[in-house]
Design a binder for this molecule. Structure first.
Ligand code: 6R9
Length: 647
C-alpha cells in the first residue's frame, strides 16, 4: 500500500493526447506569471464577445479592494453557452443529459432545444417585468429547468440567486430578502432517493416574509397538487408556451453581475458572493477544459447540486461554454442501491466523473461489490471537490472505481474563487493521493504565518492568494465593506482563503481544512455561528457553541454544546426537539450529530468562548487541551470533559 507521498506518474496514453502536457503546463504557468496581459488576451477568446475587451486586468487587493477583468468587453454569457454552438453546426448535439431520481426516467436536450427553452423563459420573465440587474431567486431540484432558468436570467441580464433545494423556508427567505429578488422560480416538488421534497410548500412559507417577490414561477415536476395563489403564482409551462422562441441577448459589460450565491462564513449571516460576467465565464471555460482535459463529444458528469458553486461552474457554465454534454443527476448515490453512480456511468457512457470525497467514503463503506458489478470502461478522468480527501479514499477511488486507468484530479477552490485554483492536470501533473498538487496557470498561492509573513519552501500555515485571477468574486452583494473585511483584512494586501495548507518539498499543496469558524459537513460549508444562532433562538436554550468533530463519512460532523435556561431540565426528548429545530431553521444539512448539555461554556475573562478547547473535547483529544490559564472558570472544562459524547 503506497503512502500519501507516493508519486503516481502521468499516464503516457493520457499525456499523448492531452490538451496540456507537462511542457505545456510549464509554458502556460510561466507566461501567465510573466505577462498576464498577453496570456489572458489570448485566453479570453475562448468565449464569445459582442465587443472584445482591450483592457485586461485592473486589480488592487489594498484599500477599498478593486477587482476588474476585461472591463471594456461586452458579451452575454448565454451566447457563449448556446448560440455559438448552434452557429458552429452543433445544434443537434446533446447539451444536457438528465438522469432522474427514478432509474427509469431520463431525458436528452440538444443545444438547439436548450436555446429555445432558454429564450422562451427569458421572454416570459421579461413579460413579468424583469429587467437587467433585477434579482431572480431559483429554488429548484436537479432538473433541466434549473439550467434553463439560470441561462434565461443571463440572457436578459437578470442576476440569478440559486438557493439549494435542501434549505429550509427560513434560509430561503433570508436569501430572498437580502438581495430583494422580485421573482422566485420553484417546482411543485423535488425528488431525492425516492422521497419527495416539498419545494412549493417551503416557498409559500418563506414568502410570508418576502414582500419583494411579485411572482412565483412554478415548474410542474412530480405533478403533486400544490396551492397556487391567484395573481402571484404562475405555471412555468403556461408562461413558456405563450412566449416567443427567440430572445435577443442583452449586451452585458464584462463587469456586470452574472449571479449571486450565498455562502457561509465565520461570522453573521451567509454572504451574497457576487460574480460578474466576463472574468467568471473565461475562468469557468478555461478551468473546465484544462482540468478535465475535456474534448468534444465526451460525456461529462459532475454530481454536485446546482445550488452550490460547483453546480454553477461545472454543471452549467463551464461545460456549456465549452460545448460539452453535461449530465444532471436528480438522485443520490445510494438509491435504489449503492451501485447507482456506476450504473449511470455505464448507461450514458460517462468519460469524466466529478464528485465529493464524502460520497466516495460512503460508497467505500459498502465495499467493492457494487462497483465491480458495473463496467465503467468509458471513464477516463476522475475528480473530487469540496473537502480534503484522505489518501485512503483517494486510493480506493483510483484503484476500485478507475481501475488505475484514470487520473484523479483533486480540485481545490471555493464559492469565492469562481472556479478551480489548485489541481492536477491529467496530462501534466504526477499525482499524490490526498494532495490538490499545483496551482493552475495564473494562480499565485502562498502560505503565510499568523502575522502574514510569506513562508518559503516546504512549510505549513494559512493559504492566501497574492494576486487576482479572472474568476474571483468581486464583492459581497450590497456590502463591499464586508467583502474587504472578510477576505483582505486578516493579511492586508492578500486574499485570505480561510483554509490552512501544507506545501511539501515538491511544491505540492495539501489543504488541511478551514482555520476559521467554518465547518465542512459532507462537502457542505456551514458557519458555526449560524447553527449557534439557530440553537439560541429556541426558547429553552440560554447559550450554545458549535464546533466540527471528525466524522468518518462526512469529514466533519456537528458537535453542539448547549446551556439550557435556568429551570429547564435536559432530556432525550429535548435533544430531539433541538435537532428538529435546527433542521427546520437551516435545513437538514445542518443536523447536529451530537448535543452535549453544558452547565457552562469555557470563556476567557473577557467573555470570549474558547473554541479551541471545545474542538479538542469534541475530537476526544482531551489529554492535550493546551493553555487553559486564561479561563474565567476552569471547572467548566472538567465537566465538559467528563460528559463528552462519543458520537
Ligand atoms: C468548491 C467548493 C470551499 C471550501 C474550501 C475548503 C473546502 C473545497 C477542496 C477543499 C480540500 C479540496 N474544499 N475543495 N478542501 N481539498 N479539493 O467546495 O466551494 O462550498 O465554497 O467550499 O471547501 O475548505 O475553503 P465551497
Amino acid at each position: 500500500m503506497p503512502d500519501s507521498d507516493t508519486l503516481i506518474a502521468v499516464k503516457p496514453e493520457i499525456a499523448a493526447r492531452a490538451r496540456v502536457d507537462a511542457a505545456r503546463y510549464r509554458t502556460m504557468a510561466e507566461e501567465a506569471a510573466r505577462d498576464p496581459e498577453a496570456f489572458w488576451r489570448r485566453e479570453l477568446r475562448r468565449i464569445a464577445w459582442m465587443r472584445e475587451p482591450t483592457r485586461i486586468k485592473d486589480a488592487d487587493f489594498t484599500g477599498d479592494v478593486r477587482i476588474r477583468w476585461f472591463e471594456d468587453g461586452v458579451l452575454n454569457a448565454s451566447v457563449s453557452c448556446l448560440d455559438r454552438h448552434i452557429e458552429a453546426g452543433r445544434g443537434d448535439q446533446v447539451a444536457i443529459i438528465w438522469e432522474g431520481d427514478d432509474p427509469g426516467t431520463d431525458a436528452k436536450v440538444t443545444y438547439r432545444e436548450l436555446h429555445e427553452r432558454v429564450c422562451r423563459l427569458a421572454n416570459a420573465l421579461k413579460a413579468l417585468g424583469v429587467k437587467k440587474g433585477d434579482r431572480v431567486c431559483i429554488y429548484l431540484p436537479m432538473i433541466v429547468e434549473a439550467a434553463v432558468a439560470m441561462l434565461a436570467c443571463a440572457r436578459i441580464g437578470a442576476i440569478h440567486s440559486v438557493v439549494f433545494g435542501g434549505f429550509s423556508p427560513d434560509s430561503l427567505a433570508s436569501r430572498i430578502q437580502d438581495s430583494e429578488c422580485s421573482i422566485l422560480i420553484t417546482a411543485d416538488e423535488g425528488r431525492r432517493g425516492g422521497r419527495a421534497v416539498p419545494l412549493k410548500a417551503n416557498a409559500d412559507e418563506a414568502l410570508a416574509t418576502c414582500p419583494s417577490i411579485r411572482h412565483v414561477v412554478v415548474v410542474r415536476h412530480t405533478g403533486a397538487p400544490v396551492p397556487m395563489r391567484a395573481g402571484r403564482d404562475l405555471w412555468w409551462h403556461d408562461l413558456c408556451a405563450e412566449a416567443a422562441p427567440h430572445c435577443a441577448p442583452e449586451p452585458m459589460g464584462a463587469e456586470d453581475p452574472l449571479f449571486i450565491l450565498y455562502t457561509s462564513g465565520s461570522t453573521g449571516k451567509p454572504k451574497g458572493v457576487l460574480h460578474t460576467t466576463g472574468g467568471y465565464l473565461v475562468w469557468a471555460s478555461f478551468t473546465h477544459e484544462i482540468v478535465f482535459d475535456y474534448r468534444p463529444g465526451e460525456i461529462y458528469w459532475c454530481t454536485a447540486d446546482v445550488g452550490w458553486v460547483t453546480g454553477h461552474t461545472y454543471i452549467v457554465y463551464g461545460p456549456l461554454a465549452n460545448g460539452a454534454t453535461t449530465l444532471m443527476f436528480e438522485g443520490v448515490p445510494s438509491w435504489p442501491d449503492s451501485s447507482r453512480f456506476w450504473q449511470v456511468v455505464d448507461k450514458h457512457g460517462v468519460s469524466i466523473f466529478y464528485t465529493a470525497p464524502t460520497a466516495i467514503r460512503a460508497l467505500m463503506r459498502e465495499g467493492e461489490g457494487p462497483v465491480r458489478r458495473t463496467s465503467r470502461r468509458s471513464l477516463r478522468i476522475l475528480g473530487t471537490v469540496g473537502e480534503p480527501i484522505n489518501p485512503e479514499a483517494w486510493l480506493w477511488y483510483y484503484r476500485v472505481v478507475g481501475e488505475e486507468r484514470c487520473p484523479v484530479v483533486d480540485t481545490w477552490w471555493q464559492t469565492e474563487t469562481g472556479g478551480i485554483l489548485i489541481s492536477p492536470l491529467p496530462g501534466a501533473t504526477p499525482l499524490k493521493p490526498g494532495s490538490a498538487t499545483l496551482p493552475l496557470p495564473g494562480v499565485k498561492p502562498a502560505i503565510v504565518d499568523g502575522e502574514g509573513r510569506i513562508l518559503e519552501g516546504a512549510t505549513e500555515g494559512n493559504l492566501v492568494l497574492l494576486d487576482s485571477w479572472p474568476g474571483q468574486m468581486r464583492t459581497v452583494f450590497g456590502d463591499h465593506a464586508r467583502f474587504v473585511q472578510t477576505y483582505f483584512s486578516t493579511f492586508p494586501g492578500m486574499y485570505f482563503t480561510g483554509d490552512g495548507a501544507r506545501r511539501d518539498a515538491d511544491g505540492y499543496y495539501w489543504i488541511t481544512g478551514r482555520v476559521d469558524d467554518v465547518i465542512n459537513v459532507a462537502g457542505h460549508r456551514l458557519g458555526t455561528a449560524e447553527i449557534e444562532s439557530a440553537l439560541v433562538a429556541h426558547p429553552k436554550v440560554a447559550e450554545a457553541a458549535v464546533v466540527g468533530m471528525p466524522h468518518d463519512i462526512k469529514g466533519q460532523g456537528i458537535y453542539a454544546y448547549v446551556t439550557l435556561k435556568l429551570g429547564v431540565e435536559p432530556s432525550e426528548a429535548l435533544r430531539q426537539e433541538l435537532v428538529a429545530w435546527v433542521r427546520k431553521e437551516i435545513g437538514p444539512i445542518a443536523t447536529p450529530d451530537a448535543i452535549q448539555w453544558a452547565p457552562g461554556l469555557p470563556k476567557t475573562r473577557s467573555g470570549k468562548i474558547m473554541r479551541r478547547i471545545l474542538r479538542k473535547i469534541a475530537a476526544n483529544e482531551t489529554g492535550n487541551l493546551g493553555d487553559t490559564s486564561t479561563l474565567a472558570d476552569p471547572a467548566v472544562v472538567a465537566d465538559l470533559v467528563a460528559n463528552r459524547l462519543s458520537a
